[in-house]
Design a binder for this molecule. Structure first.
Ligand SMILES: NC(=O)c1ccc[n+]([C@@H]2O[C@H](COP(=O)([O-])OP(=O)(O)OC[C@H]3O[C@@H](n4cnc5c(N)ncnc54)[C@H](O)[C@@H]3O)[C@@H](O)[C@H]2O)c1
Ligand SMILES: [Zn+2]
Ligand SMILES: [Zn+2]
Length: 374
């Protein structure tokens, strides 16, 4: 089998011959049908997020179950599934309190267990690492608590983006910020995740959704997903948003992870406003609040973060699949390019150039098999 392997930050991934271990009792082996390219993986490629190397990335895959470990009762061969990095143990304090996405004991193989994936070509007993679910490969081995079944009616190239971009964007609005109907919302960064925030805000009944991006094509796209207004990103964006809303918005979503855009987000807030930071900042970044602290105090603003949309993914991914099948959620236009695993580096280039909503790797044979089963 094949996987895209990243040997060091700031180098291209290479397609390598790898091997998967057999499923442990709680693991599921999945043939990957489609796998989305998320900016969080690019943060590792760019060196902004730390990682062990060599590593197989990819955390937005869908596929068909091939085989299951002896303790797996929720999945069987042939099931259509989506994987999510919010895998949970189900018994730590955080899980038991209902915050499975914050699990403090995520299921993983122990360091001295055999690796899930190995690469015979690696010299000197070096180990191949798999970051979360390892979706940049034609087959993956994941814990059953990192998977959820989806209806056969949803095509698997659309379903895969539910696993990160869409659940994060939808959840940021509806689970974390809990935006009430009639609110004003600004979204900074309209990539795959930001466009999903916009859709989440539309579904929440927001009165005004202001898209902020530096790419005019993204601002156009944002309007098709539900944005009511568009503002060019940059230093002047906060003043433009404050002017449009006569005093600032109720909810800002920062979906980029840079200090500048987080600071701009703070400056867009109206009285009682909430900034939700969705973007992943570089591992060594520090935050300095902009503007006047006294002003923030008087306005009682709030700043919070969200991990994977603070969503219980086994509930929200099937819900979002239903929204798509009912015509309430747009996924077709979210996919800008369908590419082969071999074209993964070029796929990331288009993403960082701001030219795509989501680029998705597709494995044609598995996609065809899934379509026959639908
Ligand atoms: N919180 C989470 O759990 C979570 C989950 C998924 C992704 N993320 C993070 O969300 C962020 C976005 O991911 P994505 O996959 O949508 O990325 P993307 O590359 O597809 O989109 C980024 C967008 O930001 C725009 N942009 C660039 N500079 C800008 C500026 N100065 N002002 C306004 N817009 C600007 C780009 O044109 C592009 O449209 C990343 O940091 C990613 O790591 C976080
Ligand atoms: Zn992601
Ligand atoms: Zn847990």
């Amino acid at each position: 089998m094949k996987a895209a392997v990243l040997r060091a930050a700031k180098t291209p991934m290479t397609i390598e011959e790898v091997q998967l271990d057999n499923p442990a009792p709680d693991e599921v082996r999945v043939r990957v049908a489609a796998s989305g390219l998320c900016h969080s993986d690019y943060h590792v490629v760019a060196g902004d997020l730390q990682s062990r190397f060599p590593v197989v990335l990819g955390h937005e895959p869908s596929g068909i179950v091939e085989s299951v470990g002896e303790r797996v009762s929720m999945f069987k061969p042939g099931d259509h599934v989506v994987a999510c990095i919010s895998g949970f143990c189900g018994h730590c304090n955080t899980c038991v309190q209902g915050f499975t996405y914050r699990c403090t004991d995520r299921p993983a193989r122990a360091r001295n267990d055999p690796p899930r994936m190995s690469m015979p070509a690696l010299a000197d007993g070096k180990r191949l690492h798999v970051r979360s679910v390892g979706g940049f490969a034609d087959t993956m081995l994941v814990h059953q608590n990192s998977l959820v079944k989806v209806p056969r009616e949803i095509p698997l190239d659309r379903a895969c983006i539910l696993g990160c971009a869409v659940i994060t964007g939808y959840g940021a609005v509806n689970r974390r910020a809990k935006v009430p109907p009639g609110s004003t919302v600004a979204v900074i960064g309209c990539g795959g995740v930001g466009l999903s925030v916009i859709q989440g805000a539309r579904l929440a009944g927001a009165a005004r959704i202001i898209a902020v991006d530096i790419e005019p094509t993204k601002l156009e796209m944002a309007k098709r997903f539900g944005a009511t207004d568009a503002v060019m990103g940059g230093d002047d964006a906060p003043a433009a948003v404050v002017e449009l809303t006569k005093g600032g918005v109720d909810y800002v979503f920062e979906v980029l992870g840079t200090m500048k855009t987080i600071q701009q987000g703070c400056l867009m807030l109206g009285a009682g406003g909430t900034l939700t930071i969705v973007g992943v900042p570089p591992h060594d970044a520090k935050l300095t609040l902009p503007g006047s602290l006294a002003d923030m105090f008087m306005k009682e603003v709030r700043i919070q973060w969200t991990y994977m949309g603070s969503s219980p993914f086994t509930v929200d991914i099937p819900l979002l699949a239903d929204f798509y099948l009912q015509g309430k959620l747009e996924l077709d236009a979210m996919i800008s390019n369908r590419i082969k695993l071999e074209d993964i580096n070029a796929g990331f280039e288009t993403m960082i150039g701001g030219r795509s909503a989501r680029n998705v790797i597709v494995f044609d044979d598995v996609m065809k098999e899934a379509a026959r089963a639908a």
